[in-house]
Design a protein around this ligand. Structure first.
Ligand code: SF4
Ligand code: SF4
Length: 429
């Protein structure tokens, strides 16, 4: 499908003060990379057409919807972390979009201001705003930042000069006093959203938002469980893509389309239809999130003939494995239930983080993978150091293991490919 392109909307971009000329070059490149990585796969599920269209309309259709929503008084909140209580944004009538920080293209813009030796995700995200090369950043009313790592929390101070950035303090331990602090932050965020929209969030609003997000997470859980079948009915690349689209699509429509895809995958499981091949080696990825359009590891692993069946990551299971108790009533109790659900996200910012180590092993068993690839972004100290404990757990459990540390530049692709191929050979022995 070489005629695929991410469609251009220069007038719309102009109205959002995007650097149109530069952005248009990035758009063309993204379209080419997408066609090569995704559309060249044979035997994809038919329902992937919706997600292909979401990429074709990445910078147009969805942006128009957001502009229209803003005109109706619905604020657009940009986020970088799955620790944001999205339910509160939705309950207030706002829209939550996960902003990308997965591209090398915006890194030089950031390096004009930020130090070079920090994580590429932070640089990429900052660079998108500094260079005015992302319509999502331009359309956002304000950003939601958090204090999960030092690179992020210090960058928000600078980003706030370019766009208002509301920062929430994320707990670093799961002690009761830390969770109490997080609970207060959640309550303060509710007030912030109410001030932004001028509307008080009612119990009914919050209950509806909780249900909506639970349904979205259940659909993502369903997809994840389907990927665990052998052979997997969908490629890991497409699985990752859907997880990435989850962060910016309309949640109701996304859930509906994903459930339709899962219906098709049910049939493919029954008929043993696969993309990667019946006997592909099965790999699970654990570690740092992969923001759109970071497809590097999945491209290399699946290019070598294996299939990725699970992402223990904030782009993957950490985003959707836990639901909020819908039976709770009363605003205070509901906010407590929400707080409770978010604390289950085992970000590497927590210390100690034993739950995450156990979770990685548990997900490995459930996914039917044969080995784990640990993926850390360069200069991400928490994931890189926690890698020691993941490796030890894999040694203890006899799980074949490979650790990769990378950024977004193409320079280490050859070296990574060699290491991935050697690892996959070990799985087929
Ligand atoms: S890894 Fe941590 S900081 Fe990153 S998205 Fe997940 S919870 Fe947020
Ligand atoms: S990948 Fe690591 S260093 Fe980068 S933003 Fe996330 S937690 Fe911070």
């Amino acid at each position: 499908m070489s005629d695929f392109e991410v469609k251009a909307y220069p007038e719309l971009w102009q109205s959002l003060d995007v650097d149109v000329e530069r952005f248009d070059k990035a758009r063309k490149m993204l379209g080419d990379v997408y066609a090569q990585a995704f559309l060249s796969q044979e035997n994809r599920p038919k329902a992937m057409a919706y997600f292909d269209e979401m990429i074709a309309e990445l910078h147009g259709g969805r942006i128009k919807e957001l502009v229209e929503a803003k005109a109706e008084g619905k604020p657009v909140v940009g986020t970088f972390c799955v620790y944001i209580p999205e339910e509160i944004v939705l309950a207030a009538g706002g829209i939550c979009i996960g902003l990308c920080g997965g591209s090398q293209g915006s890194v030089p813009d950031a390096e004009k201001t930020l130090p070079r030796n920090i994580c590429p995700m932070v640089k990429s995200a900052y660079g998108f705003k500094a260079g005015r090369i992302c319509p999502y950043f331009q359309v956002a009313d304000f950003l939601y930042g958090e204090t999960t790592c030092d690179a992020k929390k210090k960058t928000w101070e600078l980003l706030d000069r370019l766009i208002p950035t509301h920062v929430m303090e994320i707990p670093q331990t799961k002690k009761p006093q830390s969770i109490a602090l997080w609970h207060e932050e959640v309550k303060a965020f509710k007030v912030k959203m109410e001030e932004t929209t001028g509307k008080e969030i009612t119990e009914a609003d919050l209950a509806a938002a909780i249900k909506l997000m639970n349904n979205k997470r259940k659909a993502l859980q369903r997809l994840n469980n389907l990927r665990h079948y052998n052979p997997s009915p969908i490629s890991g690349k497409d699985g990752l893509l859907i997880e990435q689209i989850a962060f910016y699509d309309d949640p109701v429509r996304f859930t509906e389309k994903l459930n339709a895809l899962c219906d098709e995958l049910d049939e493919r499981v029954a008929q043993q239809v696969t993309v990667q091949g019946q006997k592909s080696a099965r790999v699970m990825v654990a570690g740092s999130p992969m923001a759109l359009p970071n497809w590097k590891v999945h491209n290399l692993v699946e290019g070598a003939g294996a299939v990725i069946v699970n992402e223990e990551s904030c782009i993957g299971t950490r985003y959707f494995k836990d639901l909020i108790d819908e039976s709770v009533t009363g605003m205070d109790n509901m906010l407590a239930a929400l707080t409770d659900r978010y604390k289950e996200i085992d970000c590497s910012c927590f210390t100690p983080n034993n739950e995450r180590i156990d979770q990685v092993v548990k997900e490995f068993r459930e996914s039917g993978a044969q080995g784990i690839i640990n993926y850390s972004l360069q200069f991400c100290h928490t994931y890189n150091i926690e890698e020691v404990r993941i490796r030890e757990a894999c040694d203890k459990e006899g799980i074949p293991y490979l650790s990769l540390e990378s950024d977004y530049s193409p320079e280490d692709m050859g070296q990574m490919q060699t290491r991935i191929e050697a690892f996959l050979e070990q799985l087929s022995d």
